[in-house]
Design a binder for this molecule. Structure first.
Ligand SMILES: Cc1cc2nc3c(=O)[nH]c(=O)nc-3n(C[C@H](O)[C@H](O)[C@H](O)COP(=O)(O)OP(=O)(O)OC[C@H]3O[C@@H](n4cnc5c(N)ncnc54)[C@H](O)[C@@H]3O)c2cc1C
Length: 418
C-alpha cells in the first residue's frame, strides 16, 4: 500500500560513510535529496565488524576533510564504535536529510517521463537521480569449497565478534587479508590454537622512517592508482591498527604460535588440503613490502627530507617451522578444529536496482560511478575511481565528483524551461 509519495531530485540509498559524504556534497550544492537507510547511520561499523576492531588508518587520515575525530589523537587508530559515532555526529553537524529505518525495495525507471520510482518500506518516492551507496561489502562470500559437515562451526568474518563466541577447540581462519590476520592474532592471543590460511597479499609496513603507510601511499600517488595492477586483482592487503598499530608480519605470527598454511584447496573425507604456496605467498608479500620501502627511500632522497634512516626495517625474522615445513593436509578432527572462519571477502547485491546499469556478469557498469543508466550512480565500490574509493577519505572525493555530475545534469534538464 502506498502510504506516502514524495517527489525529490535525488535519493541516496544507504547511510554508511558513502551516503553521508554524498549528502554533504548535495547539501552544499543546494540539491534537494533524501538519504534512505534501512538500519542506522554507519550500521556496518556498529554491527558488521568484530568488537575490538580499530580503523586500519590513523585518525588524521581515515576521516572526512571537514571534521576531525573529537578527543582522539591524530596518530591513534579509532575504535569502530567511535568511527560510527563520528558519522552520526557528522550527519548532525551538517543537518543531513537522512531517514533511518527505511529500506529500499526496488528502483525502476519511469516509463515515458524522466526519473525513477523508488519503492521503500515506508512508501513510494520519485526522484530524478538515484545514488546507490549500499557499500562495497554487501554480501559475505563463503567459497564453494566450504565443507558441508554440520559438526563444524562455520562463520564468515562478518559474523565474528570475539573469541568467547566460539566453541572450544582449534580454529582455521581462511584468508589473510586485514580481517583474517587480525582475527587469527586475536584468537591466538586469547589462547586458541589457530591455523591461518595465507594466500596472495600485499603487506605495507605500518610505518617507515616516521611516516605511516597511509602517508606513503598518499605522497607516492598509490591511493590514486586507477586500477589494480594486472594479475593483482585478487591480492588482498594485510594491515592492522590493532594494539597501537603494527606491521603485519607473517613470520612473527608463526613464531607467536599461529600455524600458517597455504591457500585452502579442498575439503574431503574429514581432511582439509592446502596449496604448497605458503613460502611463495610470504615471499611475494615481502617483495611488496620492500618495494614500498624502496619507493619511500627514493622519495625522501629526491625531496631532501630529514627523516631518519631505518635499516632494521629490511631485516626479516627466520622462517618459523610452519613456513619451512608447511603442512599440506590436516585431519580436521585430529587437529581439533571445531571452527572455520571464512575471512574471504564480500560480494555485491543490487537485486533491488532494476535498471540497465549492469553488464552480462551483473557487475555495475559505470565510469567513476556514473552508470550506464542515465541518472543512476554507484558510490563506494572498490576501484570506483581509484584505490582509495572504498575508504573513508576516498569515498568523500568520489561523492563530490558524483554530486557535481548531478548538478551539471540538472542544468541540462533546466535549459529552456520557464
Ligand atoms: C573489517 C573492515 C575494516 C575496515 N576498516 C576500514 C578502515 O579502517 N578505514 C577505512 O577507510 N575503511 C575501512 N573499511 C572499508 C570501508 O570503509 C567500510 O567497508 C565502510 O563500511 C564502507 O562504507 P559504505 O558507506 O560504502 O558502505 P556501508 O558502510 O556498508 O553502508 C551501506 C549502508 O547501506 C544500507 N543499505 C543496504 N541496502 C539498503 C537498502 N536496500 N535500503 C536502504 N539501505 C540499505 C546498509 O544498511 C548500510 O548502512 C573496512 C572494511 C571492513 C570490512
Amino acid at each position: 500500500m502506498v502510504v506516502e509519495k514524495t517527489v525529490i531530485d535525488t535519493v541516496v540509498i544507504g547511510a554508511g560513510q558513502a551516503g553521508v559524504a554524498m549528502s554533504e556534497h548535495l547539501t552544499n550544492l543546494g540539491i534537494s535529496h533524501l538519504v534512505l537507510e534501512k538500519k542506522r547511520i554507519a550500521e556496518a561499523w556498529r554491527t558488521g565488524r568484530w568488537d575490538s576492531l580499530v580503523a586500519n588508518g590513523p585518525a588524521w587520515h581515515d576521516r572526512f576533510p571537514n571534521m576531525e575525530f573529537p578527543g582522539i589523537g591524530a596518530d591513534s587508530f579509532v575504535p569502530k564504535e567511535q568511527v560510527a559515532d563520528y558519522f552520526e555526529a557528522y550527519a548532525a553537524k551538517f543537518t543531513l536529510p537522512i531517514r533511518t529505518g527505511v529500506e529500499v525495495k526496488s528502483v525502476v525507471r519511469n516509463e515515458g517521463r524522466p526519473g525513477f520510482t523508488i519503492e521503500t518500506s515506508e512508501g513510494i518516492i520519485e526522484a530524478r537521480h538515484v545514488v546507490a551507496a549500499t557499500g562495497p561489502f554487501q554480501r559475505p562470500v563463503i567459497p564453494a569449497i566450504a565443507p558441508q559437515e554440520e559438526s563444524l562451526h562455520q562463520i564468515h568474518s562478518a559474523a565474528y565478534y570475539n573469541p568467547q563466541q566460539l566453541p572450544e577447540g582449534a580454529v582455521l581462519v581462511v584468508g589473510a587479508g586485514s580481517s583474517g590476520v587480525q582475527i587469527a592474532d586475536e584468537l591466538q592471543r586469547a589462547g586458541k590454537e589457530v591455523y591461518l590460511s595465507v594466500g596472495a597479499h600485499d603487506r605495507p609496513p605500518r610505518a617507515y622512517r616516521q611516516r605511516d603507510f597511509c602517508w606513503w601511499l598518499g605522497v607516492l600517488g598509490l591511493w590514486d592508482a586507477t586500477a589494480s595492477q594486472p594479475g593483482k586483482e585478487h591480492v588482498t592487503i594485510a594491515v592492522s591498527g590493532a594494539r597501537g598499530g603494527h606491521t603485519v608480519d607473517f613470520r612473527a605470527l608463526g613464531h607467536q604460535g599461529v600455524k600458517l598454511v597455504g591457500l585452502t584447496k579442498a575439503f574431503k573425507d574429514g581432511k582439509v588440503t592446502f596449496q604448497p604456496d605458503l613460502a611463495e605467498n610470504i615471499a611475494r608479500g615481502d617483495e611488496n613490502y620492500l618495494a614500498l620501502l624502496d619507493a619511500a627511500d627514493a622519495y625522501i632522497a629526491r625531496n631532501g627530507l630529514d627523516l631518519p634512516e631505518e635499516p632494521e626495517a629490511r631485516h626479516f625474522l627466520e622462517n618459523p617451522d610452519c613456513v619451512a615445513n608447511p603442512v599440506l593436509q590436516l585431519d580436521i578432527k585430529e587437529a581439533g578444529i571445531t571452527t572455520i572462519i571464512w575471512a574471504t571477502g564480500y560480494g555485491l547485491d543490487y537485486g533491488w536496482l532494476k535498471v540497465a546499469a549492469f553488464d552480462e556478469n551483473n557487475k555495475p557498469k559505470h565510469q567513476r560511478g556514473v552508470s550506464s543508466e542515465p541518472g543512476v550512480y554507484f558510490l563506494g565500490l572498490p576501484w570506483l575511481s581509484r584505490r582509495g574509493s572504498t575508504f573513508i577519505w576516498g569515498v568523500w572525493h568520489d561523492a563530490k565528483y558524483i554530486a557535481d555530475h548531478i548538478a551539471t545534469q540538472r542544468k541540462y534538464s533546466e535549459y529552456g524551461q520557464v
